[in-house]
Structure formats: C-alpha cells, structure tokens
Design a protein around this ligand. Structure first.
Ligand SMILES: [Zn+2]
Length: 247
C-alpha cells in the first residue's frame, strides 16, 4: 500500500538518472532529509522540469511506498532565481546546500536546519550583505544547530564569564588568561568574540542584520577554517570552487 503525502522543503541535490529522470534530495520539515525519484522530470514538457532544481523551496507531493518516495507534484514558492542567476553568488549557495546535505539525516527533525538554510539563502540573495560574512555566519550557526559548536560564553577551565581572550581549537572553546596555558590557544579580541557570541545566540530572524569590519571578518574566516578542518573530515567540492573565487 502506498500513500500520497505533501512535504514542505528545499531541494539540496539533483542527480540525473537515465535519459529523462532525476533523483532529488529534499530537506523537509516533516521527515528530515529524503531522496525522491522524479520520473520524466527532464522531459521538456514535464511539470516537474522547473520544479526539481537545487534551491527550489515549496511543497512536494510524493508517493511513499516501502521507504521510497516518488515525486508526483511540486508547488514551488521560491526558486531563488536571483541567486541562481548570479555566478559569483550561487557557488556560496551550493556550498550551503552541500553542507546541509552532509549534516541532515533521514527521519530526523531538521526544522532548524531548514529554517537556517532558507534565511541564509535570502541573505545571500540580498545585496545588503557581504557573501563572505554570510558564509561564516552559516557555518557557525550550522555547528550550533548540530550541537558541535565551540563554547564562546564561559572559560572552559574555570567557568568565569569575563576575561575571555584565548581560543583553543583542541578544547573547543574559550579560556581566560589564567587558564590558557596551552600552546594551541590563540588570542581572540573582544569584537571578534562578541560577533561569535552573537551568531550563536541571536534569534534566527535577526541573524543576518549586522556587518563587521574587514579585520573581524578575516579573524572569523581564519578561526572557522581551522576549526572546520579539525572537526569535519569531509571534503566539500564546492569549497574548492569558493577558493577559486576568493583567490
Ligand atoms: Zn579560566
């Protein structure tokens, strides 16, 4: 027995299958990450042609049978067209989709991740924000959603909340000047620390509302590059493309 259900979500990844079909990965509010088969979606006349591309957000009607999903119909509310049409910006978008795909699980609650991804793509699409900053906000907030974030609020050694100046990647957090004996702890200035704390504690709707100096941005970049290289062994293809843009 099969069943038609409607899921709200965003397409993370699309794989061509055979001559006319697609296999799509959708991050959904109701079922976490799912993979659905879209029969005939690459035929020019298919209703699913425009509705089965990466970034598409909306409602997906799927036929569910024995843990496999077939896409029947899609009602797309946001195609993120401005983003898709901007080659310099879309690479960031693909990186965010790839990271979300890496972290999201099937049949788990991924509502926060879906909301974060949606807000982030909106910020990316807007010209008001520096894409480099959007990237770092997304990375850190994603670590927060997944419970893998460093502690920037109290000293890992003694628990105090003042005099927090030293960041240890190995210990995943901040230390006060008395507790920071480690060689791997490095100095973090007040503005950068405040920015990191804000990214972890702001309401999602207020996450993309600020700018930072170039100096702080460079510090965020260095810190997150080091942290991610230690704690994520996975290599994201889209990161390589971003390096080309930045270089
Ligand atoms: Zn301490």
């Amino acid at each position: 027995m099969g069943l038609n259900i409607v899921l709200t979500g965003m397409i993370l990844n699309v794989m061509p299958i055979g001559e006319y079909d697609k296999r799509i990965t959708i991050l959904t509010k109701e079922r976490g990450k799912i993979t659905a088969f879209a029969r005939g979606a690459r035929r020019p006349t298919s209703q699913l042609l425009a509705a089965s591309n990466p970034f598409s957000f909306g409602e997906f009607e799927v036929y569910e049978r024995r843990n496999t999903y077939n896409l029947v119909k899609a009602t797309i509310k946001n195609h993120f067209r401005a983003l898709v049409l901007d080659p310099g910006t879309v690479c960031y978008g693909f990186y965010f989709l790839e990271m979300a795909d890496y972290y999201a699980q099937e049949n788990s609650d991924e509502k926060e991740l879906l909301k974060l991804l949606y807000q982030t793509l909106r910020a990316l699409e807007s010209t008001a924000f520096d894409n480099r900053l959007v990237r770092r906000i997304f990375e850190l907030r994603l670590l927060y959603v997944e419970g893998e974030y460093p502690n920037f609020f109290s000293c890992l050694g003694c628990g105090k909340k003042e005099d927090l100046q030293w960041f240890s990647i190995r210990q995943r957090g901040i230390l006060c000047s008395e507790c920071a004996h480690e060689a791997d702890a490095y100095y973090l200035d007040e503005s950068t620390l405040y920015t990191l704390q804000y990214i972890l504690s702001a309401e999602l709707g207020k996450l993309y509302t600020f700018a930072v100096s170039d100096e702080v941005l460079q510090k965020l970049e260095r810190l997150l590059d080091r942290y991610l290289s230690v704690y994520i062994s996975h290599k994201f293809n889209s990161v390589e493309i971003l390096k080309t843009i930045a270089g």
